[in-house]
Design a protein around this ligand. Structure first.
Ligand SMILES: Cc1cc2nc3c(=O)[nH]c(=O)nc-3n(C[C@H](O)[C@H](O)[C@@H](O)COP(=O)(O)O)c2cc1C
Length: 417
């Protein structure tokens, strides 16, 4: 039996694994970040399991300012993701290929052209995850004197998205705006799927408005059902203002499952990873997401100090502060928790438990699908594909085969006019 509404699944790739200590795990592949065969293997596992898409994050630079700490994380080296996905496009035939790219360090004509090329060479499977970039480390690589204010980044992003969408529509007329000027249309025909899929990750108030206006898919982070549901309802409620239907936008929160045949085995697997986190690496990761540079000055067993308002990722700072208050966690406990999936939702248990939890959020109206963040690769992606996916299929919650050829068809999205 097939349920009428089925969940969408993304496989979020991240070098050795999403757990910050993944690179220390005996079954992880330490140089995964620059091993194309490793990524081909991951793409094939995800495609065989009928995932909607592969998803790549990005920041043009290190993820952590202190190089010694950066070298002790699961993602210190890695390919530029659009180049990586271009290689994976010819090694796969059905799965969607979504890459993050920044509106702060690109120009719309160039990026529209790059994604439309990926779209053509993959037969209509490309997606762009639009971000404004929240890292001062990245800003320093682009001649900037510092991270631009949040509001300015989003204003540029709004105009950027408008120019790209126009160029992809094929009707592009010249654009003269505040930040950009474009004269000609692209030197490529229209996309096989109408336009590459527009994904967005950014959950502040202004981020949600931009998503409601332009995004087909929203990637978000939520710990509790209540947080996920509130975000879902809020975003779906905003789309009507832009002449769109709630179902035109698919909301896919991140989920980091640790899955095994038995509950005890899953807990053991999780503990094994948690034991591998060096305290200073955990605290550094937490600091960067909180946009505070001196968290290490505070007692690690004490509470989170009062924080200045972030100009980086406002939504993630709020999420962490709320969690620390709700659960009464010390800096060390928060850092250890954060190290597993950078603030995303974690589920530890059997396939039945993982499926129960995903089903509850999906059917409870808190998600249209999930971006799956395995703790280490390839083992944990494989575990999700071989244990959880068949369980979801048995319940009629996930496809047994692709229904269409393009990413837009997988996601059940309208073809843009
Ligand atoms: C779930 C999620 C994932 C994100 N992934 C990335 C990323 O891969 N690269 C990046 O530069 N920014 C990423 N961002 C942050 C965006 O750059 C966003 O535009 C930034 O301004 C902070 O978002 P917010 O304050 O609107 O939440 C992500 C944000 C969220 C909420």
């Amino acid at each position: 039996m097939t349920a009428s509404r089925q969940m969408k699944l993304g496989a979020f790739l991240w070098a050795t694994g999403h757990h910050i200590a993944a690179w220390r795990h005996p079954k992880a592949h330490v140089t995964a970040g620059i091993d194309i065969d490793h990524y081909i293997q991951l793409a094939r596992i995800a495609e065989a399991a009928k995932f909607d898409m592969i998803f790549c994050e990005d920041a043009a630079g290190l993820r952590e300012a202190n190089v010694s700490i950066a070298s002790q994380t699961s993602r210190s080296i890695g390919f530029e993701p659009i180049s990586l996905l271009s290689a994976l496009a010819v090694q796969t035939s059905r799965i969607g290929l979504v890459s993050t790219a920044s509106t702060s360090y690109n120009e719309p004509y160039g990026l529209a052209r790059t994604f439309l090329s990926l779209d053509h060479l993959s037969g209509g499977r490309a997606g762009w995850n639009l971000v404004t970039s929240a890292s001062p480390i990245e800003a320093a690589n682009f001649g900037a004197t510092g991270l631009k204010p949040h509001a300015d980044r989003y204003e540029r992003a709004r105009e950027f998205a408008e120019v790209v969408t126009d160029l992809w529509s094929g009707k592009a007329s010249a654009h003269e705006g505040q930040s950009f000027s474009v004269r000609d249309p692209l030197d490529l025909p229209r996309s096989p799927q109408g336009a590459p899929v527009m994904v967005q990750a950014g959950a502040s108030d202004v981020g949600r408005d931009l998503a409601a206006r332009t995004a087909d898919v929203v990637f978000t982070a939520a710990q509790t059902f209540e947080e996920a549901k509130a975000f879902y309802d809020d975003l779906k409620g905003r789309v009507a203002a832009y002449g769109r239907e709630p179902d035109d936008i698919k909301i896919m929160p991140g989920v980091a499952p640790v899955v095994a045949e038995t509950e005890a085995e899953a807990r053991e697997k999780h503990e094994e990873l948690q034991e591998l986190i060096p305290d200073d690496v955990g605290v550094a990761l937490l600091s960067s997401y909180l946009s505070i540079s001196d968290l290490w000055r505070y007692p690690v067993n004490g509470p989170l100090p009062q924080l200045p308002e972030s100009e980086g990722m406002k939504s993630r700072q709020t999420l962490v502060v709320e969690q620390s208050r709700r659960d009464g966690l010390s800096i060390r406990q928060l850092a250890r928790h954060f190290a597993g999936a950078r603030g995303h939702w974690r589920i530890v248990g059997t396939a039945a438990r993982v499926a129960d939890e995903l089903q509850a959020r999906f059917e409870g109206g808190a998600a249209d699908g999930f971006n799956v963040m395995p703790s280490y690769f390839p083992g944990e992606l494989d575990a999700f594909a071989t244990l959880v996916v068949p369980e979801l299929q048995r319940r009629g919650l996930f496809r047994r085969d692709y229904e269409g050829r393009t990413l837009r068809e997988h996601l059940g999205l309208k073809r843009p006019a």
